[in-house]
Design a protein around this ligand. Sequence first.
Ligand code: NAP
Length: 487
Amino acid sequence: MIREAERSADAIELRLDYLPSESLPQLIVELSSRVARVSKPLISTFRPREQGGKRDLSLQDRRDFWRGLPPEFVSSIAYADFELDLVESFSAEGPPVPWEKVICSWHDFEETPHDLIARYERMADTPASVVKIATQANRIGDCLRIFELVEHAKGKKPVIALAMGLPGLMTRVLALSRGAMLTFGSLRRGAESAAGQPTVAELHDLYRVKQLSRESEIFGVIGNPVGHSRSPLMHNAALKVLNRDGVYLPFEVDDVGSFVCGFVHPKTRKLDWKLRGLSVTIPHKLAIIPYLDFIDAAAEAIGAVNTVVIEGDELPRLCGYNTDVIGAMKPLDEMIDVKGARVAVIGAGGSARAICYGLSRRGADVTIYARDLKKARPLADEFETKLASLESFEGRVDIVINCSPVGMSGHSEGGSLIKAESLEGVKLVYDLIYTPEETALMRDAKLAGCRTLGGLAMLVGQAAEQFRLWTGLEAPMDVMWRAARGD
Ligand code: NAP
């Protein structure tokens, strides 16, 4: 494990509390000879359970452990992480590790309290040389307090500050660029030592944390949940290949209004950063609209915004767009002329709205097939399409577009709302689902001799258009495709 960490990390934390207690003394002796040969600085930690460690340890247990460490071990490590109570217990008599090697740490696994600066001052007053504060982010707004802390510590004692949990991810990625001493990454997925911890590979290769500065442009996706989004993969890959100084982050947002106020709008935001653009996903595509200064015609007609451009310092304003239409229609246009074509739209939710808008502008002959006709009626009326029940679908159309989640992995993979026999004679079947890349509907369609189009083209297409709106650059499509596929 140490060898693996040496290859990828700049410093390595040895979590000694993870070692089995029965053989701990023996293992420490064995480690002592090994640590002297490690090429990267080592941080040793022996955490009690209440501070996020693996074992029940009294203050006395921890004091005895550190006092009992072999001198060669102590001399080989760059830092020892002592919790605040341990630091204070050693204050009078002196620690078993020189103070210049001591990180004074404090964790809160419940919340991010409001008194972080006072806490930092108390910890900075100890003889330890570095202060580490890690708190639980229950909502994204908690990150502001972590950034305030990093700002406060500038020119004072070095600080490591981060918020745990997915809402806190931006602190793990950006704190370094804003002056924090280091950030933590796990060796592998599933080997995290705290919630929301990215892997070292993600920090280096996806977010490029070491290249970021306060001048770097920031982009991101707001949604809830947002952890599954492929947008960070696509946009970060595009930024990287174009050598653009920027990063794209997932923002787990529950309250759009306070996020826009605290983080986004240049007139009100409390974070001094170069936030340039946002993707907007479920459930915020409608909720974002009241906070925008401008909304383009397509987004207005669809009634949903999936892209926000944060414009200029001189005339700061938030502009909303909908790139789902262009993302969905471009690959379709490339395969077939929809003008006058008989199109069956299956489902009447958010994506069906974008599809109906695109089809109606192209003069297609559209019928929406829905399970709940009452619910679907406003959409059909708005775009002047026909409406029919799902059970009544019998084929005899040119194009079928699935805008329902039926067939999606994790939902109903292998299922389809369309009977295979009704696909006879259909020219093209378009499934907006992108996991799996080939759905049961698409397999049935191929067997029936139809051409097929999967949802990945739309996913990449709408992201590419977002990238163009934010940066003015053509997106590197092949790179985005590979990233979206997870290649
Ligand atoms: P949505 O707003 O929730 O709409 C889903 C629609 O499907 C609703 O009309 C819903 O009917 C209907 N539906 C759901 N389950 C059904 C069932 N078992 N039987 C019959 N109808 C059912 O979702 P959405 O945002 O439009 O997304 C739909 C699908 O498109 C998802 O799989 C999503 O991943 C995919 N998508 C892909 C992209 C892309 O970039 N490729 C973009 C957006 C969406 P009720 O209203 O009666 O519940």
